[in-house]
Design a protein around this ligand. Structure first.
Ligand SMILES: Nc1ncnc2c1ncn2[C@@H]1O[C@H](COP(=O)(O)OP(=O)(O)OP(=O)(O)O)[C@@H](O)[C@H]1O
Length: 190
């Protein structure tokens, strides 16, 4: 039986992808990501409902109007989004625990749905550490780093609110953080 969906959030650069990669490698059958919707055209080799749910702009806008999305955004002229139904599919059809890697806005949206999720927040040891990780990752411009650090302050302030998350893990030591993450995400596996 899959467990309730798990929402993992935390400032960009805290180590969510690093930890989730380890988790999926260790438990390939227990956890899954939901399939996103997009209005962009499939690329060669992409499979509908596996890589994305490829839909028309009309369909996408219809689902927005029916409050079907946890989060959605427009990038370079196309819509992208995570639907509530896609998250339920992971548990109901794939029989896996769905993991959502989303930001604070997404967390607040999930709380308004009937997904009955568990919320895990990954915190950096400090803002200075976060900055060196973002610089060290080598994927961001100076401007993007500044933006991410400003967003991080907001994420950290929200995480201090009572009831915002079920568990907070500080990623100071990767192996320790992974052990704590594993304990939290496997708690409901049977
Ligand atoms: N405990 C740790 N100690 C030191 N460095 C770490 C630790 N965990 C992760 N890192 C490094 O920090 C950088 C950011 O990690 P990662 O890309 O996993 O962050 P993220 O939270 O997924 O970010 P984004 O939300 O932008 O995708 C990477 O270069 C990673 O190797």
């Amino acid at each position: 039986m899959p467990g309730r969906p798990i929402v993992i959030s935390g400032p960009s650069g805290t180590g969510k992808s690093t930890l989730l990669k380890k988790l999926f490698a260790e438990y390939p059958d227990a956890f899954g990501f939901s399939v996103s919707h997009t209005t962009r055209k499939p690329r060669p080799g992409e499979v509908n409902s596996k890589d994305y749910h490829f839909v028309t702009v009309d369909d996408f806008q219809g689902l927005i109007a029916r409050d079907g999305f946890i989060e959605w955004a427009q990038f370079s002229g196309n819509y992208y989004g995570t639907s509530i139904a896609a998250v339920k599919d992971v548990s109901d059809l794939q029989k896996k625990t769905c993991i959502l890697d989303i930001d604070m806005q997404g967390v607040k949206q999930v709380k308004k749905t009937d997904l009955n999720a568990r919320f895990l927040f990954l915190a950096p040891p400090s803002i200075d550490d976060l900055k060196s990780r973002l610089v060290g990752r080598g994927t961001e411009t100076d401007e993007s780093i500044q933006k991410r650090l400003a967003a991080a302050e907001q994420e950290l302030a929200y995480a201090e609110e009572k009831g915002a998350h079920d568990k907070i893990i500080v990623n100071d030591d990767l192996e320790k953080a992974y052990r704590e993450l594993k304990e939290f995400v496997t708690a409901e596996l049977q």
